[in-house]
Design a binder for this molecule. Sequence first.
Ligand code: UTP
Length: 300
Amino acid sequence: MAIDLAVIPVAGLGTRLLPATKSQPKEMLPVGRRPVVQYVVEELANSGVKRMLFITGYGKSSIEDFFDVNHQLINNLRSTGKEEQLAELAFERNEVEYAYTRQREQLGLGHAVLISEPFVGRQPFVVALGDSIIGMNAQSRIVERMIEEYERNNADVVVAFEELSDPAEVVHYGVAQPRGTITGDTFELAGLIEKPAVDEAPSNLAVAARYVFSPSIYDELRQTERGKGGEIQLTDAMQKVLQKGGKGIGIRLAKNEPRFDIGNFESYFQAFVDFALADPQFGDGLERYLRDKLSLNLPT
Ligand code: UTP
């Protein structure tokens, strides 16, 4: 049976986005018209995922409310004839099962994934970070391709990577160490180096928020000590799986499926502008506004 289960960690504190995230989850920040996590769920559903397990935490209950059916709102929109707005809630009825559990201490992404073990058990599963959108309006099918490669290669770890246009950026990311030379979009993954120095980076391919794992990841996560920042790092556990002979596959995101990281203000602002410019109703007007504004600011 094809993999149809995804774990979506959304429990992080989002400290890099304070004060915006003081009393709301960063995963609920709007990018264009929708909250980040709605794009994540749509992308996964388009790739065949039918069961979504959110790892939430304190102050994150608006995520559960968002995916629930709001009868009062529906009745109000119906009785006032707001059909267009009603259509915006169609996602409430998509055929996906949602489940939620909480990470009670924010001990890192690896810990968040480990919390899913009693619910997932011994089956392969997807991990999709709830603060990253892949592809404009979630059009990416990267997870579908990852599931196919997982099955074709009998893999243990499949990771999506984005090619960094500026190689100096490697210092901020987990970076792929491919086995041999990369010839296509899919390659064998020998290991991962967390935040390498520029001259020690084995590639310019950065981990891009989507993974497929065999249950062996849990065996390593359980034994992973707290690392940088006192957190249990998912990368450390993946590295262990690979070192012990687990099969790793890397897949590059295509040029037309950019990753939008909503974890810091710089990339959040960029993502918002990109999505707003692509808005069918307001995009053209915004573009005129920005052109006008920017040319006014050019030195004369
Ligand atoms: P980040 O690595 O961006 O960490 O999380 P963070 O804690 O949310 O943000 P900062 O660093 O304080 O600004 C990547 C993804 O993993 C989840 C986050 O919710 C986000 O979707 N995460 C992170 C957890 O679920 N639990 C954690 O303990 C850490």
